[in-house]
Design a protein around this ligand. Structure first.
Ligand code: ADP
Ligand code: AMP
Length: 216
């Protein structure tokens, strides 16, 4: 069962994916997390991605598609995955369809977490991310028990470089230009279900689980 979580940066894709993947025992594949891991380890892929990520631009399709192809070919994804942050362009979406067709599979649902742009800057400037495993917090809406420390693994929380307001502004533009056409792409295939991402985190989770269970 392959699911694609769609929505602008800051919509809550990662937050929801972390809960839902555990609840449904589904592998969480976050393209952003994979790029950040490669950046931390200064791999060839990390070096290629770095400049794009710092500017809030998309890493080129060729590079991103090769990275996801490799990830989805691993045994833990054989039963499906919850994709978070991929696809982000029509070319990536078409390639994903081809990739899954080769495996005799397909995307079964695309939950689109909708949040107006004005709210996204506040969401991202208050986001704190865990160094060890990328667990996500917000200083107001989902604070850790102890400031600066991850509740789940005790590692340090940090603010992402690309969560600075100037970069966030660019990331939202890039989303509107390059990623938002995917809303119509998946609506046309009858796979889209729109969720109100301005609701509290737990309420979004509840609705999301109901929608996913309908297709399971
Ligand atoms: P995305 O993965 O879509 O970029 P995140 O899941 O990282 O978004 O969420 C962005 C920020 O907004 C985080 O700080 C997170 O804690 C917070 N957040 C997520 N969902 C909600 C919500 N429904 N209400 C308020 N804040 C939220
Ligand atoms: P995210 O963690 O989803 O906010 O992604 C962080 C950054 O990684 C993005 O701003 C892009 O530079 C890069 N990235 C993540 N996913 C993709 C993708 N599917 N296509 C291109 N670039 C991506």
């Amino acid at each position: 069962m392959y699911l694609v979580l769609l929505g602008p940066p800051g919509a809550g894709k990662g937050t929801q994916a972390q809960v839902v993947s555990k609840e449904l025992n589904l592998v969480h594949v976050s393209s952003g997390d994979i790029f950040r891991e490669n950046l931390k380890n200064m791999t060839e892929l990390g070096k290629v991605a770095q400049g794009y990520m710092e500017r809030g631009e998309l890493v080129p399709d060729e590079v991103t598609i090769a990275m996801i192809r490799d990830r989805l070919s691993r045994p833990d994804c054989a039963q499906g995955a919850l994709l978070d942050g991929f696809p982000r362009t029509p070319a990536q979406a078409e390639e994903l369809d081809r990739m899954l067709a080769e495996l005799g599979d397909r995307v079964v649902l695309v939950p689109y977490i909708s949040v107006p742009s004005q709210i996204l800057v506040e969401r991202l400037s208050g986001r704190w991310t865990c160094r060890a495993q990328g667990h996500i917090y917000h200083q107001m809406y989902n604070p850790p028990k102890q400031a600066g420390v991850c509740d789940l693994d005790g590692s340090e929380l940090y603010q992402r470089e690309d969560d600075k307001p100037e970069t966030v502004k660019r990331r939202i533009e890039v989303y509107l230009e390059q990623t938002s056409p995917l809303i119509e792409y998946y609506r046309g295939k009858g796979l889209l279900v729109e969720l109100d991402g301005t609701q509290p985190i737990e309420d979004v989770t509840e609705t999301l689980l109901v929608e996913i269970r309908k297709v399971m």
